[in-house]
Write a protein that binds this ligand. Structure first.
Ligand SMILES: *Cc1c(COP(=O)(O)O)cnc(C)c1O
Length: 365
């Protein structure tokens, strides 16, 4: 029996992916050389599609890596000499901060209580910080950083590189890349693709910073520095053999999303998240973890289960629905429902019906 994956990564594949994989195998895409004309055409097609879909500004570029986790390390090695600043509002933003420490940088942070984010009305970031990190959508707790706050940070610190993690939200919620210097995501979340491909978007300010570090003989690392990725990116290639199949699939899914229209994708995401939140608002037993409506993620819906996560997930599995458990300390206290573009409205209705069934008949199930 086919399962529906509401898990926040890897997650349900986008509707068209199976058909694109079949086609890719027929065309023997996984065997082509990454230095061939055929590859350069695939790379170009995917980058151009992303430029259109995400409205990537002129002086911004796109690089491919094996994961978003790798991009964390690349950002720190290529763009930070000593000090980065991190808004930490959950496990993913915390991990980025920890990597900075592991790499011998001197990061500082603002840590929020789980499920909240700080007010950015006042300037709180030290002038010595070379990079500010924001996680737009905290996949661990379902708290989202409003786009207005991101743009306010950029206005307050126009000369500090602003790096935004859009891993589990782009392109399903509104965003504006002009507010940021570098942005990144991986494809197994909202693009509904197999894992193993990260997309790194960066502007000229990032290149200049990396060049400045290199000219001071500061090591940018040896594997995939920004400058190497950029040099090969200009030739529509990558320094090492990339995930050609996934770059091809991303180009195809981006084409499908362009045809559907970004606004339609974002509108449907908002609508499906409203169905879910409205249901849980009325549910007496299971309630949304994030309390402030303006901070509730539309793509990762996190719900308090009063320690009944395991029982609920088990029940849903018997109905062929796989939902995420809580992250870290919330393992048995939360469920996490991915509301990505691959999840249809019908699937959301099915899930709501079954959770309703569980809460009304729990004692007899
Ligand atoms: C999943 C996730 C990552 C890590 O992505 P990988 O592709 O597994 O490296 C980073 N940040 C956020 C917010 C995520 O949800």
């Amino acid at each position: 029996m086919k399962q529906i994956y509401f898990t926040p990564g890897p997650s349900e594949l986008y509707f068209t992916v199976a058909q694109h994989i079949k086609r890719a195998l027929q065309e023997q895409i996984p065997s082509i050389s990454h230095r061939s004309r055929a590859y350069i055409e695939i790379h170009t097609h995917t980058v151009e599609g992303l430029r259109k879909l995400l409205s990537i500004p002129e002086n911004y570029y796109v690089a491919f890596t094996p994961s978003a986790t790798e991009i964390w390390e690349r950002i720190l090695q290529s763009l930070v000499e000593r000090e980065s600043y991190h808004f930490v509002n959950g496990a993913f933003s915390k991990r980025f901060y920890e990597i900075a420490k592991e790499l011998g940088k001197k990061p500082s942070l603002h840590e929020s209580k789980a499920g909240s984010i700080p007010s950015v009305q006042e300037k709180i970031i030290p002038a010595s910080a070379e990079l500010i990190s924001v996680t737009q959508n905290e996949t661990s707790t379902g708290v989202s950083f409003p786009e207005e706050s991101i743009s306010l940070i950029k206005k307050q610190y126009p000369h500090t590189i602003l790096a935004v993690d859009y891993v589990s939200s782009i392109p399903a919620v509104p965003f504006d890349l002009r507010n940021v210097d570098t942005a990144y995501f991986s494809v197994q979340k909202c693009f509904g693709l197999p894992a193993g491909l990260g997309v790194w978007i960066y502007n000229n300010a990032c290149i200049q910073k990396a060049e400045a570090l290199a000219s001071k003989n500061i090591s940018l690392g040896s594997y995939h520095t920004l400058l190497k990725l950029h040099e090969y990116g200009q030739k529509m290639q990558t320094p090492s053999t990339p995930n050609v199949l996934n770059i091809y699939l991303l180009g195809k899914v981006v084409e499908d999303m362009l045809q559907k229209g970004l606004q339609n994708i974002q509108r449907e995401t908002a609508y499906k998240s409203a169905l879910l939140y409205n249901f849980f608002d009325k549910n007496k037993q299971f309630t949304p973890f994030v309390k402030d409506v303006s901070l509730m993620s539309r793509t990762v819906i996190v719900i308090n289960t009063k320690d009944r996560t395991e029982k609920l997930l088990h029940y849903l599995k018997t109905k062929n629905m796989i939902v995420g458990n809580g992250y870290g300390e919330f393992k048995n206290k939360h469920i996490r429902i991915a509301n990505f573009p691959a999840i249809s409205q019908e699937s959301v209705h099915l899930l709501i019906d079954e959770i309703n069934n569980f809460t009304t008949n729990e004692n007899t199930l």
